[in-house]
Ligand binder design. Structure first.
Ligand code: SAM
Length: 221
């Protein structure tokens, strides 16, 4: 067995022990942040990225914020798709993740910021598009997460989440299953926004991709 293999096993054991003993999700992600980017699965590009690319092309935003950006996989893709004219901002509460994300963000066209997804340090309606990918399943209160994404979005929110139609069952020890369509529908209603696309995508797992537009700024792809 290689050193990398043992380092990954130790990292997994430590973060699971921390979450079971303390429930501290920030610590869990701080520990995972040291080797998350080295896992081949986390680096892969999946069909949901094609969905994201199509919506971003249709929206042609001047700024995109990703909340829960991890090591910056999506930030790098967005920079490739939209070029340096689009300002890209990444938020995450794991400092080791953000350290790795520096590889994907140029200081001329982007920045990274340590923050909790429930309290994003941005003014209301300040990024054209706000994205979260694999974040809400890690929040106990997904409705509060969606409301915060919508608060800082000027035009649209794009959400990609792992989805389990069994409803209640958590996918593993450290995630929740939420009724994303129900939650985004009701948050959208109360914020005068509209759910303009909802798509299930199958790859190694089942994913739900949602686009919510503020007011009437919709033009579906
Ligand atoms: C499954 S990873 C997804 C990373 C990235 N979006 C991607 O697709 O590669 C989830 C990320 O959300 C971050 N995260 C989880 N809960 C958070 C919270 N409450 N506030 C900010 N970031 C959070 C974790 O640190 C981790 O980087």
């Amino acid at each position: 067995m290689s050193t990398k293999h043992w380092r990954e096993r130790l990292n997994r054991w430590t973060r699971m022990a921390v979450i079971r003993a303390t429930g501290r999700r920030d610590l869990f992600w701080r520990i995972w942040g040291y080797n998350f980017a080295d896992e081949a699965y986390q680096r892969r590009i999946f069909p949901q990225h094609e969905w994201l690319r199509n919506h971003l092309a249709a929206l042609n935003p001047a700024s995109v914020a990703e909340v829960g950006c991890g090591f910056g996989r999506n930030l790098g893709l967005i920079r490739d798709w939209l070029g340096d004219d689009c300002l890209v901002v990444g938020f995450d509460f794991s400092l080791p993740m953000l350290a790795r994300a520096r590889d994907y963000v140029t200081s001329e066209a982007g920045c990274l910021c340590a923050a909790d997804a429930i309290q994003i340090p941005m003014r209301a309606a300040s990024a054209d598009v706000v994205l979260s990918h694999g974040l809400l399943m890690h929040l106990p209160d997904a409705a509060a997460g969606v409301a915060e994404l919508l608060r800082v979005a000027r035009r649209s929110v794009l959400i990609v989440e792992q989805w389990d139609d069994a409803g209640e069952r958590a996918i593993n020890d450290y995630t929740w299953v939420h009724d994303y369509e129900g939650i985004t529908g009701s948050v959208a209603d109360s914020s005068e926004a509209v759910l303009v696309d909802s798509r299930v995508i199958l790859n190694t797992e089942q994913l739900l991709c949602l686009r919510i537009d503020r007011h009437s700024s919709h033009s579906t792809s």
